[in-house]
Ligand binder design. Structure first.
Ligand code: ADQ
Length: 480
């Protein structure tokens, strides 16, 4: 086995990844897309993963607890209940999340939540600081940690620091509703590189920086607040090859049989989401109702299998959506169910990745209809899990970041129940050759833009723009 020092020297600067939650490699499958992508990067390069342990403690330690897992060092911090309430449940999930997803109606502005959010960012940055080496490449993830680089720079950090936003960036009109938007925008200029999911997100960030702060643009660089950064799109991918393999594993095959048993002649439509109001699940149920209304040949023949485990269950808006879904599903089933058939089967539990892969593969249609979504990895997983010889059809919302790359799906407006119902009916009767062609095109895109391409593109760009910053002869050297 390679000694750690050689491993580090062979693969360039050490990678330090920072995200809200650190997930142990053994349970990464349950951590979702972000956890899998980060672990993959860290496994290949070695490095440090820092963040919240997931534990609440009465007296959180000021220093991280550190564990090793192969080439990865995991450094985690507990939070107090008050910190968790203000930083995570409060500012991150009741303010930034709805605002960035254009749900101003659900956005709670509470100065105490904001103070708690800033305090936790500073406390975590202060705890990471002693663990850093001068040459580290630091990669911060997502909306929980927007001001993290500024907090590190206050500690005099000189390292290259990049940030990736997994959710959409809002239009300026929406962002400026946030009482603290100036401070948050300024804090973003402590990064060397800002990565977004799509070109549209980059454009909205640039618009905001120009309109509100008179930023200067030059290529991909933006100067404001006396600092210069690079802002670019890096659409996140999945490890499509690995997911395709998982879909033929024994566990996946078992699940495939369970879905297909007794339903050989029926069309199973699958929906898989964290239970979240951005995912458009009530609208999806309504679209299925519309399908049943418009096309009587679907009665007894079509079933929506919706898998949506509870997430952020302590946040009131998430409790409300759970109740709403149960009610809508109950109404639709009450209207249409027969003795041996229900049109909506709703599972409110998380499943393992292998199980999910088998369910995707067994389902003739993947229905992914978020009202707004940074990327949406479920759309990519559904395609990767299909049998290329007899693939299912992806019906995808135009408001998912993934729609930009996945134009061979049937693209729909999730608010238009009739259009979604018609797309579902088209998918049901799509000839085999067309299904194969669409799947092949989608799969090529997934393999080209997979998780490792995403990671490498981001880290190389971070290296490049940091090198420019340090070269005083460069036109993009820092203004201050
Ligand atoms: P999420 O909002 O969590 O991610 P998504 O991209 O779809 O949304 O990723 C969800 C992940 O959780 C997928 O890997 C999926 O398999 C898994 N998952 C969902 N339901 C599950 C279930 N019932 N059981 C087990 N696993 C389940 C955020 C942003 C997205 C962005 C990602 C990655 O909101 O827009 O695509 O980060 O950047």
């Amino acid at each position: 086995m390679t000694p750690p020092s050689l491993r580090k020297a062979a693969s360039g600067p050490r990678l330090v990844a920072v995200s809200n939650r650190v997930v142990h490699p053994r349970s990464a499958a349950r951590g979702g897309g972000l956890a899998v992508a980060l672990l993959d990067a860290l496994r290949q390069r070695g490095g440090l993963w820092f963040g919240w342990s997931g534990q609440i403690s009465d007296h959180p330690d000021t220093r991280p607890s550190v564990a090793e897992s192969g080439p990865i060092r995991l450094a985690t911090m507990d939070l107090s209940q008050a910190e968790h309430d203000a930083y995570y449940n409060g500012f991150a999930n009741r303010c930034l999340w709805p605002l960035f997803h254009l749900r101003l109606d659900l956005t709670a502005f509470d100065p105490q939540h904001y103070d708690g959010y800033m305090r936790v960012n500073r406390r975590l940055a202060g705890a990471l600081w002693p663990l850093l080496d001068d040459n580290d490449q630091i990669w911060i993830h997502d909306y929980h940690l927007l001001p993290f680089a500024e907090a590190l720079r206050e500690q005099r950090a000189k390292q290259q620091i990049g940030f990736f936003l997994h959710i959409p960036f809002p239009v300026p009109e929406m962002l400026t509703a946030l009482p603290h938007y100036r401070d948050l925008m300024r804090s973003l200029f402590s990064y060397d590189l800002l990565g977004f999911q799509t070109e549209d997100d980059v454009q909205r960030f640039r618009d905001c920086a120009v309109r509100e702060f008179g930023a200067q643009l030059r290529g991909d660089t933006i100067t404001a607040f006396g600092r210069r950064l690079t802002a670019k799109a890096f659409p996140i991918g999945i490890d499509a090859r690995e997911f395709a393999e998982i879909a033929t594993s024994p566990t996946a095959q078992q699940e495939f049989q369970r879905v297909r048993a007794h339903r050989e002649d029926r069309t199973v439509i699958v929906g898989v989401d964290r239970l979240d109001y951005t995912k458009g699940i009530p609208e999806r149920f309504r679209s299925v109702e519309c399908l049943l209304d418009r096309y009587p040949d679907t009665h007894g023949q079509v079933e929506l299998l919706q898998i949506a485990p509870t997430s952020r269950g302590e946040v009131p808006e998430y409790m409300a959506i759970r109740r709403e879904l149960e009610q809508i599903a109950g109404n639709i089933n009450g209207r249409y169910a027969q003795l041996d058939w229900e049109p909506i089967r709703y599972i409110n539990r998380p499943l393992g990745r292998r199980q999910l892969a088998g369910i995707y593969r067994a389902s003739r249609i993947g229905l992914v209809t978020p009202l707004r979504d940074g990327m949406n990895l479920v759309a990519k997983e559904y395609v990767a899990a299909q049998d290329p010889a007899d693939p299912g059809v992806l019906v995808l919302s135009r408001f998912a970041g993934s729609a930009k790359q996945m134009q061979s799906a049937l693209i729909v407006n999730p608010y238009d129940n009739t259009a979604v119902a018609d797309a579902l009916q088209t998918a049901r009767y799509m000839p085999l050759e067309e299904r194969r062609n669409r799947h092949a095109e989608l799969m090529q895109g997934l393999l080209r833009n997979d998780a490792s391409a995403w990671r490498e593109a981001f880290l190389q760009e971070l290296q490049r723009c940091s090198a420019q910053r340090e070269d005083p002869a460069s036109p993009t050297a820092q203004a201050a």
